[in-house]
Design a protein around this ligand. Sequence first.
Ligand SMILES: [Ca+2]
Ligand SMILES: [Ca+2]
Length: 231
Amino acid sequence: MTSENNIIKDLFSEERSRKVLSIYWTFLVVILIYHATVFWVIMQDDIQSKFDKSTFSIEFEEISEISSESRTINDGEESVIQYTAQPELFASHSGFGMLYVNISYTETSGEFADPCDTVSADLAPTGANADWNNPNNELSGVASNCETISLVLHIFPEYTGDSYKSIGLNQQYYIDMWTNPSHGEGTFNLEVEVIVNEPVTSGIPTVSDTDEEVTVTWEAVFFDVSVDEVQ
Ligand SMILES: [Ca+2]
Ligand SMILES: [Ca+2]
């Protein structure tokens, strides 16, 4: 009797487990169809958009603002010559990219055979916001043959003036990235020192070289950025 009962029980449970199994399979198929649908219908848009990212061309137009100042510096004296970019330059352009400084001089004593003096120039990393640690900066120079000393300071970080292309994001992102009036703000200080080299005839009381006139030319390169979507 007990064993008959067990057989019936087994029969029942076998049928029940088959039902459970078929429900399970149905459920599994539904889940798979659901996921496939989600993948193809919804994810397809996402996948497609990854290939649809726009390419942007970023270009710069440069505007040079040149100013110069001459100063007579006595022998052994260090003079500080300053430059501040006009506020309207910041307001009317995207940014201040580079600063070029030329220091030129000749021998102006008028004495016969008076050799060129020694002039040294240092752009002090104080007073103005700039990319002072840029490895391509040229912040100091010295001359003793009347050659022009040329200094270079990068102002707007990463700015080279070269156009480039970038994928993704949007036009405004690149415009914002290249628009910042704080770079180059403040006053630049150029320290110029003169050590005279006297003519060989300087033993004569009326013949002597005591100073030199130095001309500093500041070229501030501002830029306007333009961003275009390209296909
Ligand atoms: Ca001289
Ligand atoms: Ca001189």
